[in-house]
Design a protein around this ligand. Structure first.
Ligand code: ADP
Length: 378
């Protein structure tokens, strides 16, 4: 086990700046999940840690050792790929012991390591089978087993669950979290799936366009995103955004006006906003209430679509009075998440409401200037 430290890392491909000044310290035994949209640089970052891609500038330390120029095999890492990358002609046992055999370890040691990994991953009955005889989930477990047998200091996972169906992905998420708790190993995991990030990470690293946007515990990022990008990326359904204009600035507060003249007031902003600037108000779908007269701020909308998911109802509504035009942020369309089965009729008028204490305000350049109180850590 070891810590991993990335210092001022930049990566240029021919003509493309893929990683920009990455600084990150991952603690010994942490489960760090790098998440971001396709093309943001997550795989590149993982490959530079693995040594499969060179670093253009900066330093990489594993266990306080500078490994920037070291070969992948000398870094003490093991990588698990989305494609499993198993040898089809080898049995499960041979696949799992491959790294140790290549390292010319004695047969007894290889067999013991394979048996231990097979027990952890419940693969004891599959050891003599070939990969083609296994299910997708079992194949991925063999790939993880191959990493475990090498007792690496750091496990690197590159979208390992993306080829699995939804039910298996959920099961494997639980298995990976259990494995992490069991091994206590440092794990760095790359995914585009924010649910995997939220459920498995001890800390999430949100990447966008080659830069780190925010690093923190899942619930801290969910509740207190530093900017509009992180707010919109974490959470499904996504946070509702409405654009407005700063109409008044009063001490540490600001009034925000929408296209139809309705306005909201945010007090105690962490950073001032400029009068006349375009800002964005955000509210999570689970914080929007339907026809609730207790809600502090209400506005009229029409039901456009309803999804009954059994344990919850998702209502898509076109927001009449808060709607603005000419924005690309889906303005005017609101998503409401209700943790109950509630009947609605398409086209019916509804009153949507929320408590200002649940609302976010983002400045013209996307920084969070007002957010709900930080949650107590759990
Ligand atoms: P992600 O894993 O977040 O989807 P990648 O790390 O694979 O993103 O890629 C980040 C960016 O770098 C993308 O725009 C991609 O096109 C570019 N890129 C990746 N590999 C290469 C390469 N070998 N040569 C040039 N550009 C690359």
């Amino acid at each position: 086990m070891a810590s991993v430290e990335l210092k001022n890392i930049d990566k240029h491909y021919a003509g493309y700046h893929a990683l920009r000044d990455i600084n990150l310290a991952i603690g010994d035994g942490e489960f760090a999940v790098m998440v971001g949209p396709s093309g943001c640089g997550k795989s590149t970052l993982l490959k530079t840690i693995a040594g499969l891609e060179s670093i253009s500038s900066g330093q990489l330390l594993i266990g306080n050792r500078n490994v920037t120029k070291e070969e992948p095999g000398d870094r003490g890492i093991a990588m698990v790929f989305q494609s499993y990358a198993l040898y089809p002609h080898m049995t499960v046992a041979e696949n799992m012991g491959f790294g140790l055999r290549m390292a010319k370890r004695p047969k007894g040691e290889v067999d013991a390591a394979v048996a231990r990994a097979a027990a952890i991953l419940r693969l004891e009955k599959q050891l003599d089978k070939k990969p083609r005889q296994l299910s997708g989930g079992q194949r991925q477990r063999v790939a993880i087993g191959r990493a475990i047998t090498r007792s690496p200091d750091v496990f690197l996972f590159d979208e390992p669950l993306s080829n699995l169906d939804a039910a298996l992905r959920t099961q494997m998420r639980v298995e990976l979290s259990t494995l992490h708790a069991q091994l206590g190993a440092t794990m760095i995991y790359v995914t585009h799936d924010q649910v995997e990030a939220m459920t498995m990470a001890s800390r999430i690293v949100v990447l966008n366009k080659g830069r780190i946007e925010q690093v923190g515990a899942p619930l801290v990022l969910y509740n207190n995103p530093v900017n509009l990008f992180v707010a919109g990326f974490l959470g499904a359904p996504r946070m509702n955004f409405v654009e407005g204009t700063v109409s008044t600035v009063d001490g540490r507060g600001a009034g925000i006006q929408f296209a139809n003249g309705t306005s909201l007031f945010f007090d105690d902003l962490v950073d001032p906003v400029e009068r006349g600037s375009r800002v964005t108000v955000g509210i999570r779908p689970e914080k929007l209430k339907v026809n609730d007269t207790q809600s502090g701020t209400t506005f009229a909308a029409d039901v456009r679509l309803i999804e009954y998911l059994g344990r919850e109802t998702i209502v898509y509504a076109d927001g009449g009075t808060l709607a603005t035009s000419g924005s690309d942020s889906g303005t005017g369309a609101f998503t409401v998440q209700i943790s109950d089965i509630v009947p609605f009729r398409i086209g019916a008028p509804v009153m949507l409401g929320f408590d200002m204490r649940d609302a976010y305000l983002f400045s013209a350049d996307g920084r969070t200037v007002s957010a709900p109180k930080p949650i107590a850590s759990i």
